[in-house]
Write a protein that binds this ligand. Structure first.
Ligand code: ADP
Ligand code: SF4
Length: 706
């Protein structure tokens, strides 16, 4: 009898290595998928939201789940930016909720104990910030600026921090953590000791690298003494600056640092130094961008090494391991965009991975001080609050016929979620391709990865037998009545306008001239000819990227904004410095703090927003990237014929996405998801979290003794 060959399973061959257990000191991670510490915007005051958010990733197969920065003392207070604390018994309880949740799925829980050193302003606690030599960390981001300079630590301060770290570690163990961090990166206290620019000490903690490493070494040692029998002790260290410094015996100081500490921690978690390089946007950086800085670490230590690089491709992950770059695949953004990434790889469902698009909306949430939001994963932060699950929206009580009009991000997400809920879905779009605004935006410089929003959803929709999709279907009210669905979602998007504002707050009508363009004109192929001025008061990506697009086509462009910098809001997404660099490299003149007040086809008049001083520039065209308004004509026509729709059996119709409230892609996707979850039910409960107060509020008579 002929035996059929066993079908090759990629999980059993190529990717098996990703599912090997890894020892981290006294504990063992079940696989090589490691959710590195990352900000979630969820403080100890939101313990249930946080626990469910982290638990969902453990459920999805991540072998280790870490907290974000967790303060060990009052002198490390980042308020009003969200941070966790490990200060008292209530904190232990709040964290235990997360570790219990993570353990339920067989994952390990890690805590990133943290002292911010000179980078925190202690706005809430009013304690002096600490630093090796009184050198402040001077922020360029307004969200981090402060006017309190740090104290120079004396020997007692050093002993205190070591004691707080040990006490924090003991509390962490009681809270159920398996891995405890020492943090020496991203401008924080340990990092400040490592860098000679911050560390001017003349005692045994300053000078030679051996001396500058001493504080970090002692932090690891006290942590090991406190919990090393039960917990893995990890060192998180930024290596970008140190790698750029020549070493005495090795290629760089980064090499020497790893050599000096090679046997001491149980795990090295290696990274870059600043948020824009560590968490770089896809617009300017690809997958695996840390490798040139961290590729040497494994050669100098036998301890496991974890690192990140916005890894979403299992082949790239395997390559990192096989080439000896990393032992463990770290993920922050990929784990937010797809909490089930490991399980999908294990189950050979690679095409179902919801790949992070690298837009950094997640980071903007932290800057905004709210729980994390994600463009690709609308359920993030909503796992407990709204009861949403990233893979399973739950089955609807009754399967109904739903017409979704508009196949942009909102319509695609709505159709996908409705389909998963078991409804019979018809998705119609008047265009020749699905994707809405992204059909154009994906062609703009650096934005191709953003189309993963469309690719992921279209791929899944095409597999569903209860979803029908139609292009070139410009639906009006009569067609909708003929189709007579039970429900209609109107996801017809928004359009850019030619409105101007005075001093950016009061609308003052449209700029009327035939050579005034909007991004929609450019999307439609109407290109300006000759010198062009882009006026941007939207402040997110569009003005800057349209400028890049025009410049790349040879159009001479001047960029003008009433804000202080080009694409000013992108300071929230780490893109701002890179956009400035891109505009400079394309020879774009950038003018700030000015607004357009007149244009006659030859001359544009600009006014300084503070002084009103006028400047005239010669240009043939003006492109306005400013106000977007909903494309809601169809919805309004439906409203006008409500009785006819009801007579046809249509029970509800509503706006979603940009047609409801124009916003970022993340808003459109969330709106589409919510409409699908709540179809026919109306607004569902929004649960409010509350801090744990099981114990009496504690006093800090002797800091560290709560
Ligand atoms: P969102 O971000 O909210 O998804 P987009 O602007 O990206 O919005 O997408 C809106 C989509 O709706 C576009 O693809 C557009 O072609 C489509 N659309 C707009 N009006 C109609 C209509 N009357 N019938 C069918 N499709 C429409
Ligand atoms: Fe990735 Fe954007 Fe989601 Fe962040 S918000 S995880 S960058 S897709």
């Amino acid at each position: 009898m002929n035996m059929l060959p066993k079908p090759e399973s990629r999980t059993e061959s190529r990717y098996d290595i990703l599912f090997e257990p890894i020892k981290i000191g006294p504990v063992t991670a079940p696989n090589r998928f490691y959710q590195v510490p990352h900000a979630s915007g969820m403080t100890n005051a939101l313990p249930r939201i946080r626990a469910k958010f982290r638990e969902t990733k453990a459920e999805g197969g991540w072998g280790v789940i870490c907290t974000g920065a967790c303060s060990i003392d009052l002198s490390s207070d980042d308020a009003p930016l969200p941070m966790a604390t490990m200060w008292d018994d209530n904190d232990i309880k709040a964290h235990a909720m997360m570790t219990d949740a993570v353990h339920r799925h067989g994952a390990l829980a890690g805590v990133e104990l943290w002292h911010g050193g000179a980078s925190v302003m202690n706005r809430q606690t009013r304690v002096a910030p600490l630093s090796p030599s009184g050198i402040p960390w001077m922020a360029t981001h307004v969200g981090f600026m402060g006017n309190l300079r740090p104290k120079t630590m004396d020997k007692q301060d050093i002993r205190d921090v070591l004691r707080w770290q040990a006490e924090g570690a003991r509390k962490a163990r009681i809270a159920g953590f398996d891995i405890v961090y020492v943090y020496a990166g991203m401008g924080y206290l340990g990092y400040e000791f490592l860098l000679p620019e911050y560390n001017h000490r003349i005692d045994e903690y300053g000078g030679s690298l051996e001396n500058r490493v001493r504080f970090v070494r002692e932090m690891i040692e006290v942590t090991k003494d406190a919990v090393g029998k039960d917990c893995g002790v990890a060192l998180r260290v930024s290596l970008e600056e140190l790698r750029a410094k020549a070493g005495r015996n090795q290629a760089s100081e980064a090499h020497e640092l790893i050599e000096l500490l090679s046997d001491i921690p149980d795990l090295f978690d290696v990274k870059m130094d600043s948020s824009p390089t560590d968490c770089s946007p896809s617009r300017f950086t690809g997958e695996g961008s840390h490798e040139p800085v961290i590729d040497f670490v494994k050669k100098l230590t036998k301890k496991p090494v974890v690192g990140v690089g916005r890894f979403t491709s299992p082949d790239a992950m395997v390559s990192q391991i096989k080439r000896g770059v990393l032992d463990i695949i770290g993920g922050a953004r990929p784990s937010i965009a797809d909490p089930f990434l490991p399980n999908k790889i294990r189950e050979n469902r690679i095409e179902e991975i919801r790949e992070c698009i690298g837009c950094n909306i997640c980071i903007s949430s932290w800057h905004d001080g709210v729980p994390v939001r994600c463009t690709q994963n609308p359920t993030v932060g909503e796992e407990w609050r709204r009861g949403w699950h990233p893979e399973n929206p739950g089955k609807a009580g009754v399967a109904e016929r739903v017409l979704v009009i508009g196949g942009g991000p909102a319509g695609l997400e709505a159709a996908l979620t409705l389909g998963r809920r078991g409804h019979h879905v018809t998705l119609a779009d008047k265009g020749t391709a699905f994707g809405g605004r992204l059909t154009f935006e994906k062609t703009l410089p650096g934005l191709s990865a953003w189309n993963r929003v469309v690719d992921y959803r279209l791929g899944r929709l095409r597999e569903m037998t209860n979803v029908e999709m139609y292009l070139e279907s410009d639906l009006g009210v009569d067609e909708i009545i003929d189709l007579a669905p039970d429900h209609v979602l109107v996801a017809t998007g928004a359009r850019w306008t030619k409105f101007l504002y005075s001093s950016m707050e009061i609308p003052v009508g449209k700029l009327a001239h035939e050579r005034v363009f909007t991004p929609d004109d450019i999307a439609a192929g109407r290109m300006p000819e000759g010198p062009t001025l882009v006026f941007d008061f939207d402040n997110y990506y569009m003005g800057g990227v349209i400028t890049e697009h025009l410049a790349s086509k040879g159009v001479p462009v001047t960029y003008v904004t009433p804000a202080g910098q080009a694409s000013a809001w992108t300071i929230m997404t780490n893109e701002l410095p890179l956009i400035a660099r891109a505009l400079t490299s394309r020879n774009v003149a950038v003018r700030t703090l000015e607004m357009v007040s007149a244009f006659d086809g030859e001359t544009v008049t600009l006014a300084n927003i503070f002084t009103g001083q006028k400047t005239e520039l010669q240009c043939r065209n003006v492109v306005i990237s400013g106000l977007r308004l909903p494309r809601a004509e169809l919805f309004e026509a439906m409203n006008a014929r409500r009785a006819d729709l009801e007579a046809a059996g249509i029970k509800s119709f509503e706006l979603v996405g940009d047609a409801l409230a124009p916003g970022a892609l993340a808003h459109a996707v969330h709106s589409g998801h919510r409409a699908a979850q709540e179809l026919g039910l109306g607004p569902q409960p929004f649960r409010r979290d509350a801090p744990i107060v099981e114990f009496e509020p504690s006093y800090w008579s002797d800091r560290g003794n709560a």
